[in-house]
Design a binder for this molecule. Sequence first.
Ligand code: N01
Length: 545
Amino acid sequence: MAGTSATHRAPPDYDVVVVGAGFAGLYQLRRLREEGLSVIALEAGSGMGGIWHWNCYPGARVDSHVPLYEYSDEAVWRDWYWEERFPDWRALRRYFEHVDSRWDLRRDIRFDTRLCGAEWEEAGRTWRLTTNAGDSLRARFLVLCTGFAAKAYVPELPGLGDFKRAWYHTAHWPHEGIDLTGLRVGVIGTGASGVQVVQEAAKVAAAVAVFQRTPIMALAMQQRALTRTGQDAAKARYPEIFRRRTETNSGFDYPGSGESALAVSEAERQATYERLWRDGGFSFWAGGYSDLLIDEQSNRTAYDFWRDKVRARIHDPVTAEALAPMEPPHPFGVKRPSLEQTYYDVFNQDNVTLVELTRAPLERITPTGVRTSGGGHHLDLLVLATGFDAVTGGLTGIDIRGSRGTSLGEHWHRGVRTHLGLASHGFPNLVYLYGPQSPSGFCNGPTCAEVQGDWVVELISHLAQRGMTRIEATAEAEQGWRDKVHGIASMTLFPRADSWYMGANIPGKPREMLNWPGGLQQYMAECRLVAEGGYRGFALDGKGV
Ligand code: N01
């Protein structure tokens, strides 16, 4: 077996280095420490919270409701109270401070420290890690918890470098904030981030130009204020709520009807859709008929309901057609819907303009604004809500060199290869959470951080207890998992849209399903089978590689 720098045999500095201090990373740090392992976490940001540390653009708030969007540990939830069902980034940052006060995490986190390189040393069976802070450390195991949205995507927009006013990608928003009052704001991109910025800017900006390529199918958030008394009353049910979220397909609490949308009468279907709509959040997407994402006809009934709800709120018929076309641009829900509060209403305001880039393509960013084939838009601030090199970008952005000297980016050059969405052949003692071919994009974050996280903790403890120092996914297991992911995806409607789920939002990226599309239940069953079979598909202690 070829190691790259195979000479270092000294004991590692740490049993485990965790990268990232968001939901997944903090959970790993706490649990692995409890197992008696020496652990440190590296975090590129100056604070905890992962995506909620970086995402502080105007209006940023989570699309998953509480208490499902939090840890299940009673020591954390017992005396924690939210003010809203869908908290904003400030509340989420406070929540992570609270988590720290209960789990005492900070002492083992190096902030402002980005992992730049990782090289496998075969002789010592360790990873040698280098950071932007100039650290060099060695670890037995490397656990990457960089999240699915760690690498912002800034498209090549002609003239962007000449723009004389301020521009920001939503994920790199200045932490001191920007007062949008009286500004002429342009927003490129209408995904979840764009929707939230537009809603907020429309309240105070002099003018908001929304540059839309594909209309988003945004759902009613149905935000609600939460009281302390109400939460105290609900806390008796929290253990049950947290248990049940691990028994659903998406890590939420949507039971799902288990039947086809086509198996019921029109009246019954409409009543169901109305109920899901009133529930708000992702109910309409994840809590409805079982064939929504696999049967085109069934899917169309949901699209038509959504379309009519939205169009009823927009006064101008041309704008209504642009935002919610009579014919769907792609099936409903195969691109991630976002949640909105006033998004469709703001287009009735005089200060908000929709620019359809499919009709008037963007020609150039000029020093003072954006020029499309339909004319110019003078701007004081340009917001790029253009998304992420999602799922893989955060991992391939690190120069990780495995046992054959190749990088993870090279290994995935022609498509992602993983075993269980957790590990790759040629990269021993390395696991990634919330990563490609795992439930990630289809699962509530904290649920995934805990259930997938527990499996990883058990794996590392299993090896440590037996004095085993090496584990590596086999090439056969990778191929098997890849076939499974793609096989399931091909039975769904997901390949029908150019989404980040399919890697199709980034020019040149292989177009393939990047998330496990078989549901959390099936995923955990697969993981259990592997563990019960003595970690099938993994070579332990160098045997069988
Ligand atoms: O990014 P996106 P996002 N010219 O990729 C457009 C999570 N999240 O940051 O659809 C013009 O969804 C692109 O157009 P098109 C959540 O999981 C969660 O909004 O490709 N437009 C699209 O409209 C979410 O799904 C929360 O045609 C260009 C937009 O930019 C994920 O992060 C909040 C373009 C990108 O949308 C990503 O969401 C925020 C170009 N060259 C994010 N390139 C909450 O929980 C791209 N676009 C609330």
